[in-house]
Write a protein that binds this ligand. Structure first.
Ligand SMILES: [Zn+2]
Length: 438
């Protein structure tokens, strides 16, 4: 394929995805601003105007930052590729690192440099989000000190885990022949499965404290629920989420014997025992319906397709030239191909996002239905309502924005789908864009 075709497809995807994203974000902000004046009728009895307006302001503040970061992201992508950024960086490392370290050192240096520069560009956005927006709405609990220590820790762990994996993939690309991508995929899958096992037990505790759920009443209720649902009653933990944020959440993680359900302490503070039980029943619904397994299989299949595509692209000189890079003559081009591919892919993947979001929302409805069968649906409705209000999630999202970006159904749809008596449903009919409750 000629270089021009690659350039054209790439630019079309960047510009297309940028315009669609900006359009959707603007729609969302306009919709929320337009409905800021009054609590929607369905929620009139259960949500105060002040809470409704706080949620609107929070959504708008995040939306403004989103518009900026989307635009900067597209500009950075163009700067890396067609404007010559990656080419300049590659020339520099080719001249300075390659002679000292040989091909593998040079390739790892290239990958690391691209990742580091990308993270540096993201930093101001993250800092602004945490210390301005989250702070302003009373969610942030982090000091600059904790933020910096998280950053250092994350970078160090990322390097410890990521560099050996990158070295393995680069080695396979060079040594495993034309079918390298199949081997790389096997390595990638094993690596992810390993990560799933070690993350909850080894990595997450480096950032948070996890203690077994200790409240005796809650513990009994939870054990009975788990028995009812056919789960071994171990692996229930409380996490000190309040260390970083007032947002409340619950999630499950891990694989096999490292499988666990994690409740944020902020969630336990806000919900009654019955409500926590309902939230747990929702999480168990995800287990029962094998949502995690299905998603994992889907991601592995997609990454096989992706690596196969990269296997072909890396043999096309037009792929490099079309994205603004001249391939090396005296060193392998595998790291360059990897970088170009990971930079170029997201604008194309963006158009798959609504499909993923659709399935995710479907899973949420299924988990809710399971929770209502195993626990009290009124408790679930009440929990969703509380979490929604505490997380300042908007009650009036733009319907199209929801289709594209929401991994959880918006409040009105989710509560309406709960099989609970009408009166309660109305009282609770406020809830959930539910940023929480994975
Ligand atoms: Zn869920």
């Amino acid at each position: 394929m000629p270089a021009d075709s690659f350039s054209f497809a790439f630019v079309a995807a960047i510009v297309g995805s940028l315009l669609v994203k900006l359009w959707l974000h603007t729609r969302q902000m306009r919709h929320v601003a337009m409905h800021r004046g009054a609590v929607p009728a369905a929620f009139a009895g259960s949500v105060t105007l002040a809470a409704h307006q706080r949620a609107a302001d929070y959504t708008l503040a995040k939306g403004r930052l989103g518009l900026l970061s989307i635009t900067v992201g597209a500009a950075v992508l163009l700067a890396w590729t067609l404007l010559g950024g990656l080419q300049a960086l590659n020339n520099l490392l080719y001249d300075t690192v390659l002679p000292h370290t040989g091909p593998m050192g040079y390739q790892l240096a290239l990958l690391s440099a691209v990742v580091l520069i990308g993270s540096l560009i993201d930093l101001p956005f993250e800092a602004y989000s945490t210390f301005r927006i989250e702070q302003r709405f009373g969610f942030n609990r982090m000091s600059w000190r904790l933020w910096c220590s998280d950053l250092l820790k994350g970078t160090l762990i990322g390097a410890l885990i990521g560099l050996p994996m990158a070295a393995l993939v680069l080695w396979l690309m060079g040594a495993a022949g034309a079918m390298w991508w199949l081997w790389a995929w096997l390595a990638w899958v094993s690596f992810n499965l390993l990560l799933l096992v070690i993350y909850p037990t080894w990595i997450a505790p480096l950032f948070n404290k996890f203690v077994p759920l200790d409240d005796p009443e809650l513990k009994t209720r939870v054990q009975m629920l788990m028995q009812r649902c056919g789960f071994a009653s171990k692996g229930l933990f409380k996490m000190d989420g309040s260390k970083r944020s007032a947002h409340a959440n619950a999630y499950f993680t891990g694989l096999g014997s490292s499988k666990r359900v994690v409740f944020f302490d902020t969630l336990l503070q806000k919900l009654s025992v019955g409500e926590v039980e309902a939230v747990l029943a929702h999480e168990l619904g995800h287990f029962k319906h094998k949502h995690v397994l299905k998603r994992m299989v889907g991601i592995f299949a997609l990454s096989l397709a992706g690596l196969g595509l990269l296997g072909w692209l890396s043999t096309q000189s037009g792929f490099f030239a079309g994205l603004g890079v001249v391939p090396n003559l005296a060193a392998p081009n595998d790291a360059l191909a990897l970088v170009l591919f990971t930079l170029a892919l997201p604008p194309f993947l963006f158009f798959v996002a609504p499909v993923m979001a659709h399935f995710s929302r479907k899973d949420e409805f299924q988990a809710d239905a399971y929770a209502c069968a195993q626990a009290d649906g009124r408790d679930l409705a009440q929990a969703l309502l509380k979490l929604h209000e505490d997380n300042a999630a908007t009650l009036t999202p733009d319907p199209l924005y929801v289709r594209f970006f929401y991994s959880h159904p918006p409040a009105s749809e989710r509560l309406a789908a709960l099989p609970v008596p009408k009166a309660t449903a109305q009282a609770a009919e406020t809830s959930l864009g539910l940023a929480g409750v994975g």
